[in-house]
Design a binder for this molecule. Structure first.
Ligand code: PLP
Length: 446
């Protein structure tokens, strides 16, 4: 154990010394050195077991250590590891066919990227080339990636370092009913309101100048905001009316997370472009992609597709993707998401009823957020928007971590997004830890 511990210390020290850590002040970091990982768990070098209740960055949908995926990567590596994007590669062609097979019938082709941000970058480029227009609409409570273009699409504070940003990126408000000033009679009434406001804004921006509306089908890291029924259908109608491309960012919500393969399936709409990443390979090798309609694909038959990446459709990543997509189907993953998701929803509702600090719980499939408040009646958030000077949310996530319940927070929300292979028994065991921590928040932090 002593050697393992000293090994862990060396890894940690080196990591802190040389690795710049995402989204963090670099001082005082204390990362866990992970020795092994299996299913919904991982272990440090001291043998402590942690439960991965965020599925890493909501990407590890099939959990750690999946042998079928690992085997597929090994097989591809034995054949060859890399061929440039212009070559016909079996795993690349197979995965593109599989992805198109999962899309609505208006879809034609896929452009593979390295991850989610560059999927969105390329999606907006394609929409601009296809429509000949420049402006792009996206929402405030959204995260679309941290690179320059995707960062400009992003509406939340992670876009601030890129400001004043690229001209022509226009933001609109999301249907965030819990924090809306207006009380609507029904989901349809709410949807009609937001769609009308969006249409009005589009008219003022000049519909003929707008290439695309980009939306996370279900907003993810900004708090699992599920649109009211009729909203996405309404956006679809606006896009049809004005010839605007509807781009659904399914990077986080896609590949089974919400209980359907893609979140837009909950509302029976057909986007023009879908971006995906995360769950397509579950992090085994990084990959993203842009799926486009047949119409857009055909446009590029005789128009130059001005997009390219050295690692577009990396064979190892595509081999992992083929194995993952196969695994979702063969192991009835959606069935498990819906079965365990029902338990998750019931448990979250119980916590909302029980705890003073829980203002709202939002969930669909295994995609959930708990919104913490100082006061249920006024809905005053536990920490104010864009500021948590006392590190309250960090403390709450820290209390969960002490119980080995590993997740992250955003603003005043805690995300619960475990791997999709989690069992009912496992989720109950984990949520009991959450229940205890929320009890402490009620008592000590309001
Ligand atoms: N889009 C959404 C909805 C995301 O949640 C993320 C990442 O969290 C991205 C895009 C960016 O993906 P990546 O980090 O793979 O570039």
């Amino acid at each position: 154990a002593t050697t393992a511990q000293s090994k862990a210390e060396i890894i940690k020290q080196k990591s802190v010394k040389y690795n710049l850590q995402s989204w963090s002040k670099q001082g005082g970091l204390n990362p866990i050195a992970v020795e092994k990982a299996e299913g919904i768990y991982y272990w440090d070098y001291d043998g402590n077991r942690y439960s991965d209740m965020s599925a890493q960055l909501v990407n590890l949908n099939l959990g750690h250590g999946n042998k079928e995926i690992v085997e597929a990567i090994k097989e591809q590596a034995d054949q060859y590891c890399y061929m440039g994007p212009s070559f016909a590669v079996e795993s690349r062609a197979d995965l593109a066919e599989m992805v198109i097979g999962l899309m609505p019938d208006n879809f034609g082709k896929v452009f593979f990227t390295n991850a989610g941000a560059d999927a969105n970058e390329n999606a907006i480029k394609m929409a601009r080339m296809f429509t000949g227009r420049k402006k792009v609409f996206s929402r405030y409570r959204s995260y679309h990636g941290s690179t320059f273009g995707a960062g400009n699409l992003t509406g939340e504070p992670r876009r601030y370092p890129l400001e004043p940003g690229i001209p022509g990126f226009v933001k609109f408000f999301d249907p965030y009913l819990y924090r809306e000033q207006i009380q609507f009679e029904s989901e349809q009434a709410a949807a009609a309101y937001y769609v009308a406001k969006l249409r009005e804004q589009i008219c003022y921006e000049g519909p003929d100048s707008i290439a695309a509306i980009v939306l996370e089908t279900i907003t993810g890291s900004n708090g699992v905001i599920i649109p009211p029924d009729g909203y996405l259908q309404g956006v679809r109608k606006i896009c049809d009316e004005f010839g605007i491309m509807m781009i659904c960012d399914e990077v986080m919500a896609g590949f089974g997370r919400t209980g359907k393969m893609f979140a837009f399936e909950h509302w029976d709409i057909k986007p023009d472009i879908v971006t995906f990443a995360k769950g397509v390979t579950c992090g085994y090798v990084q990959l993203g992609g842009v799926a486009v309609s047949k119409e857009i694909a055909a446009y590029f038959d005789d128009h130059f597709l001005s997009c390219g990446l050295t690692y577009s459709g990396h064979p190892l990543a595509c081999a992992a993707g083929v194995a993952c997509v196969r695994y979702y189907g063969e192991h009835n993953i959606l069935e498990n998401v819906n079965k365990v998701g029902k338990v998750l929803g019931e448990e979250l509702e119980a916590m909302k009823a029980k705890h003073a600090c829980v203002g709202d719980v939002r969930y669909i499939g295994l995609f959930a957020a708990i919104e913490l408040v100082k006061d249920k009646a006024s809905r005053e958030p536990l920490v104010s928007y864009g500021g948590d000077p006392k590190g309250v949310m960090g403390k709450i996530v820290g209390m969960l971590k002490e119980k080995r319940f590993m997740t992250y927070s955003h603003e005043n929300m805690v995300l619960v997004c475990p791997p999709l292979i989690i069992t009912e028994e496992q989720i109950r065991e984990e949520l009991a830890k959450m229940d205890e921590v929320l009890g402490t928040v009620d008592k000590e932090m309001l």
